[in-house]
Write a protein that binds this ligand. Structure first.
Ligand code: SAH
Length: 474
């Protein structure tokens, strides 16, 4: 180990930054986050530093670095492009035993600045010993994804109760077990799902009553939106809960790749739904969720897209609510948003469309009960979920209510997945074109002028995720 990682308390300590450019500004910002009193010495300042100086948030010594300026400071950073100045700052700091860092010159540093993941009061520092800052940043972004933002709040909660726990449980071993139970159990999940007050009450109760049973997790249901197919569209929270679940109930819309990301030893139950062939009736799914949660399990109900958009999520939580089972709902990218982005069709546009409607083209008895007048108004986009079977009638109805027969319309098959295909036509011709193709569910229909923008967007930078999918779809 070439460097010893330490965390330095800089609150109200004087720190000097030599240089006034953008690199210096980044360092000043870090020092200020650590509550240091920052002085910048430089003939000029870039904009953000000028503002800080005008607001008296930092002190500015205008002019070049002068000999021995550093001696009143606890820490020095040189961020100039003048090799002579950098060298001088380093030599003088060394003479005074003041920690010094010359940016991008490991040989002129008595300390190095790590890449940081900030979940204050938890801070992770990553260093490659100056060998590759880019690699350090890549590792950092992986850790950022791995560590929920709420870890900071959890640590603050632990800090707040640390002495109360210490006073209550004098035995070190007991204390350690208490904290393990807290940090692996219910309190943590409550904080992660934003229920901090409940978390605090649970912890307080366990301390007051000397009873740790309340810290253990009871059965809970996670109603999670898995997005339209591409696993990259999962939210961090979805992924975290997928990896905690004891049992998962998933349906046809959830892609195999996503199911494979659920905790390996979780029990996996397919409750797939195919139109008019529901393999497990909705009522049975609702009951199953309740039964499994009552067995004390962490039950993941994984749904395609967003659970509250044509997902019957509302029905599923109703029973949980009545049975007093705790649950959380995690939104997902709905098919309309996913398909539109990957097909290069903006759902709204200042010129063409000022509103967007999501409607279902599937009714239990095969009829439609849509407000055709409303859906036929100009300057809007209509997105039809479950619209494949009724496609021809939907087109006719819109035309009957005044939409032009050559209004652009597109059908997107298996949007956001490797099998995405986009069939675009007009309102009157789409159903025929679709009939001629071998279309595979799920499919989404978008009607509106915005569909034509797809042609313009095709020329976007291919490194853009949307553009790659467009190319796939061609
Ligand atoms: N809750 C889901 C929608 C469930 S209804 C969501 O928010 O996306 C099921 C319908 O969603 C399908 O019939 C289809 O119209 C649409 N759908 C879901 N995923 C899709 C995908 N990857 N591509 C195209 N349509 C999709």
């Amino acid at each position: 180990m070439d460097y010893l990682p330490i965390f330095l308390r800089l609150t109200n300590q004087a720190a000097l930054v030599v240089g006034g450019g953008t690199v210096a500004a980044r360092k000043v910002s870090l020092l200020r986050q650590a509550n240091a009193c920052v002085t910048v010495v430089s003939p000029g300042l870039e904009d953000s530093l000028s503002r800080l100086s005008a607001d008296k948030e930092i002190e500015h010594i205008s002019g070049p670095y002068q000999d021995d300026m550093i001696k009143h400071y606890r820490l020095v950073i040189a961020a100039t492009d003048d090799a002579e100045v950098n060298q001088k700052v380093y030599q003088q700091a060394k003479a005074y035993n003041i920690p010094v860092n010359v940016v991008d010159h490991p040989a002129l540093c008595s300390f190095i600045m790590p890449s940081i993941v900030d979940r204050s009061p938890i801070v992770l520092a990553i260093s490659t010993g100056g060998s590759s800052p880019v690699l350090a940043r890549m590792i950092r972004s992986r850790l950022e994804a791995l560590i929920p933002a709420s870890y900071g709040r959890l640590a603050s909660l632990a800090q707040k109760y640390r002495s109360a726990v210490k006073a209550k449980f004098s035995d070190v071993e007991h204390r350690r077990k208490f904290w393990e139970k807290t940090l692996e159990g219910k309190v943590t999940e409550l904080v992660f799902s934003g229920r901090d007050k409940e978390a605090e009450n649970t912890l307080q109760l366990a301390i007051d009553n000397n009873d740790e049973s309340g810290l253990e997790e009871k059965g809970e249901v996670y109603l999670v939106g898995a997005g339209p197919g591409d696993p990259d569209l999962l939210t961090f929270r979805a992924l975290r809960l997928m990896q905690r679940a004891d049992v998962v109930l998933y349906d046809r819309l959830v892609s195999e790749e996503i199911v494979a990301m659920v905790r390996r030893d979780a029990e996996k139950i397919y409750v797939g739904k195919e139109k008019a062939n529901h393999s497990v009736p909705q009522e049975d799914i609702n009951k199953l969720l309740v039964r499994l949660a009552k067995q004390g399990k962490r039950v993941l109900r994984l749904k395609g897209g967003d659970p509250f958009i044509f997902g019957r999520g509302g029905e599923e939580i109703k029973d949980l609510f009545h049975e007093n089972i705790s649950f959380q709902v995690v939104p997902g990218v709905t098919a309309a948003a996913g398909c539109a982005a990957y097909a290069g069709i903006p759902l709204t546009h200042r010129e063409f469309s000022q509103s967007v409607s999501f409607v279902t083209g599937h009714l239990k008895d095969g009829s439609f009960n849509l407000n055709w007048n409303l859906l036929s108004q100009p300057n809007q986009t209509v997105v039809i979920y479950m619209g494949l079977t009724g496609l021809e009638i939907i087109g006719q109805k819109l035309i009957e209510h005044g939409v032009s027969h050559d209004m652009p319309a597109a059908l997107i098959q298996q949007g956001t997945t490797k099998n995405q295909r986009v069939i675009s036509a007009t309102l009157s011709t789409l159903h025929e074109k679709v009939k001629a193709e071998n279309v595979v569910a799920p499919t989404l229909v978008i009607v509106g002028e915005v569909v034509t923008l797809r042609d313009q967007l095709r020329w976007f930078d291919p490194s853009e995720p949307g553009s790659i999918a467009i190319n796939n779809a061609l």
